[in-house]
Design a protein around this ligand. Structure first.
Ligand code: PLP
Length: 356
């Protein structure tokens, strides 16, 4: 049976990316060695990093003066590296979900941390709109897509201080105005690569401004100076990231990814809104995520939740169970998900409705 992969992460990659990676794992560039066996200092590997960096810059239209890094540690490590490197006096955070809150918790260890707004008491069902960012903040941290709650900032906010963005779950799904940011980071395991590599886009002249000592490995400058090769980088995930970046470019770039994301999301949200059995969990329709589509059974059909999960699983849907802190369902629709998979889920919802 055909499987439709709605996992939130690690998640779906384009088939040709997986095939290219499989080939390189068997024999990297005709070297007779596996990609898993080569040195990151092998002469054939440097071009992989160089091309991945160049494609990041091209696809996201990154201005001059920024570096692209491939690190370990996941987005969770960036929660601490960001304040380590940028928080001198004060940082501002928008609390839009579990990940945003975890990022804010780390900042508190480094200096004054202001929560400018929060939707926590309403179960993170919307993105707060009316807030003021202190003009003397070193940066304003946002989580552009809230993977667990299914809300998303669809544009880069206009504020009077530089932005820092956790884009773990929506990178390469829309154009970004990188010039508003001093740092953009994320775990790669949703739209880019298997788990194990963290991408960081950092503005070079924003570094070196804090007075504290920063341990070598946690200092972005170390990795900028060494081109992500200060220590052994995650070679296999970086190679896969390059294949995905080539795929994004060949498909038409981030504008095309955005068009596809909008089409997939419209198809599924329209069904959630139409079907009497279901309702969306995000209260502000304009905050609905294009990447993680969260819904639950309508109140009068609550007891059908387990039945629908079984029904959908038997028809090839994978990974639609909602995050344990929200419940219900979450269909993650990352870049590589074909619209046919969303159509299969919609068909499933319609069939299930007919039975009830
Ligand atoms: N930030 C967001 C928005 C996420 O979705 C996740 C994981 O799903 C994280 C951070 C944590 O990422 P990692 O597991 O790479 O530390």
């Amino acid at each position: 049976m055909k499987k439709h992969n709605f996992n939130a992460g690690p998640s779906i990659l384009p088939r040709e990316v997986i095939e290219n990676a499989a080939q390189a794992i068997l024999d990297f560039n005709g070297s007779g060695l596996s990609l898993m066996e080569i040195s990151h200092r092998a002469k054939d590997f440097q071009p992989v990093v160089d091309e991945a960096v160049a494609l990041f810059k091209e696809l996201l239209n990154i201005p001059e003066g920024y570096s692209v890094l491939f690190l370990g540690g996941g987005a969770s490590m960036e929660f601490c590296m960001v304040p380590y490197n940028f928080l001198e006096k004060k940082a501002a955070y928008l609390n839009t979900g579990t990940w945003a809150k975890k990022a804010m918790k780390e900042a508190k260890g480094f200096g004054e941390t202001i929560e400018v707004a929060s939707s926590e008491k309403d179960g993170y069902t919307y993105i707060p709109k009316n807030y003021e960012v202190p003009a003397d903040a070193d940066y304003f941290h946002i989580t552009t897509n809230n993977t667990i709650y299914g809300t998303e900032l669809h544009a880069d906010p206009d504020v009077n201080v530089p932005l820092v963005g956790d884009m773990s779950s929506d990178i390469f799904s829309r154009p970004v105005d990188v010039s508003k940011y001093i740092c953009i980071y994320g775990g790669a395991q949703k739209n880019l690569a298997p788990a194990g590599v963290t991408f960081v886009i950092v503005k070079n002249d924003a570094l070196g401004k804090v007075s504290r000592y920063i341990p070598t490995m946690l200092n972005y400058q170390t990795h900028v100076d060494k081109g992500s090769m200060f220590n052994t980088p995650p070679v296999v995930p970086i190679y896969v990231a390059l294949q995905t970046l080539r795929w994004v470019k060949a498909q038409g770039g981030v504008e095309e990814m955005q068009r596809r994301a909008q089409a997939r999301a419209k198809l599924l949200y329209d069904e959630i809104d139409r079907n009497k059995l279901f309702r969306g969990t995000v209260t502000n329709v304009e905050d609905r995520s294009l990447m993680n589509i969260c819904f639950v059974m309508a109140d009068e059909y609550k007891d059908l939740e387990a039945d629908f999960l079984k029904f959908a699983t038997e028809r090839g849907m994978v990974g639609i169970k909602g995050h344990r802190s929200v419940g219900g369902f979450r269909a993650s629709c990352y870049n590589a998900l074909p619209i046919e998979s969303v159509q299969a889920l919609v068909d499933c919802m319609q069939e299930f409705e007919k039975l009830h």
